[in-house]
Design a protein around this ligand. Structure first.
Ligand SMILES: Cc1ncc(COP(=O)(O)O)c(C=O)c1O
Length: 341
């Protein structure tokens, strides 16, 4: 496949439809997701000690988070396969995204969220016609409740079906295309269930297979809160699997994933890239969020604040150099986290 075969006038992730799982164009349930800007940071990068920081601004997706990529691909493909209803446990953003795409496809969405999820997430899901269930505990407990019900639906839980990761690959395609079919030195991503880390890493292999890039790869870094850091612990201990984190608590609710289902794939992506995982102090999240929002003019969510703190820790420890070309994934908008203001 030649570069010119990606339609340059298609400003959504479906410019890569040849590399995505939906066969029939009429089954693509698009709300305009993807092809988000790769912003050149004017002030935040310098503030934390970098010459060049780029921010992949996923808050500019239709429902304001990077979850739209995976859920657009998954809802479209399951719609094509004949699904009538979908269900998933979520920390918030994936729920809103799934509800929106299910609405557009005419499918019933069943959403299971921890009951301390900020109210705006529930309101938006309900606005899109989803049936919401509040569950005591974390996303793992929400998943358990959902599975016990054994409803007549397609389970879209993180990494339990293949298409959400397929959608997330487009983040890697875009970063590379927006950099002139090259790759940065490092990518830092706030990580919970790990679909983005897995998807982005896979994207570079696909781009190499079709001759768009060579064997160069970025180092991939996962950032987590010290209040729930099972990936960081597994990387530090050198284990093959991710052991469940007991009583995980963090303000960055999307990162409160005590036991990521695709543990081995996450660890494989990080280790093969030569990157790592970094934990940040919980009390730094809110101040970082405020400082970064002021410096960059973006409404930074707690998860991205974890990514920024993690990046600063990696710079301070000498793991990332001042001169390196770094991409931070701004995974979503902070606007729905109003409970915490
Ligand atoms: C804003 C935000 N960032 C990061 C994450 C973590 O994403 P993943 O579970 O794909 O690692 C989430 C998950 O809910 C999220 O909502």
């Amino acid at each position: 496949m030649a570069k010119k075969e990606f339609p340059s006038n298609m400003n959504s992730m479906w410019r890569y439809s040849q590399l995505l799982p939906v066969k029939s164009p009429s089954c693509v349930i698009s709300l305009g997701e993807g092809w988000t800007p790769l912003l050149l940071s004017r002030r935040l990068g310098k503030h934390i000690g970098l010459r060049m920081l780029r921010i992949k601004d996923e808050a500019q997706n239709p429902t304001t988070s990077f979850k739209d990529r995976g859920l657009c691909a998954a809802v479209s493909r399951h719609f094509e396969l004949g699904a009538k209803a979908i269900a998933l446990p979520s920390a918030g953003n994936a729920a809103v995204s799934a509800s929106a795409y299910a609405a557009a496809a005419g499918l019933q969405a069943h959403i299971f969220m921890p009951n301390d999820t900020p109210e705006p997430f529930f309101h938006q899901c309900e606005l899109f016609g989803a049936e919401t269930t509040r569950v005591e505990g974390t996303i793992s407990d929400a998943g358990k409740t959902m599975r016990e019900l054994k409803g007549d639906w397609t389970d879209l839980s993180t990494t339990k079906e293949p298409y959400r990761v397929d959608g997330k690959k487009t983040l890697g395609f875009e970063i590379s295309e927006q950099m002139g079919w090259s790759v940065p030195d490092a990518i830092i991503c706030p990580t919970g269930g790990g679909t983005a880390i897995i998807g982005i890493w896979r994207a570079f292999d696909e781009l190499e297979a079709i001759g768009l890039i060579g064997s160069e790869r970025p180092r991939m870094y996962a950032a987590q809160s010290g209040g729930c850091a099972p990936i960081v612990r597994a990387i530090e201990k050198g284990t093959d699997d991710i052991e469940a984190w007991e009583n995980g608590e963090t303000e960055a609710l999307g990162l409160r994933v005590p036991s990521p289902f695709a543990g081995r794939l996450i660890l494989h992506s990080i280790r093969n890239s030569g990157g790592g995982a970094v934990a940040v102090a919980e009390q730094e999240i809110e101040p970082t969020r405020r400082t970064a929002s002021k410096l960059e003019g973006l409404d930074i969510c707690p998860e991205t604040a974890v990514g920024i703190c993690g990046l600063r820790n990696l710079i301070e420890s000498g793991t990332i150099d001042y001169d390196e070309d770094v991409v931070l994934i701004n995974t979503g908008s902070g606007a729905r986290y109003s409970n915490f203001r």
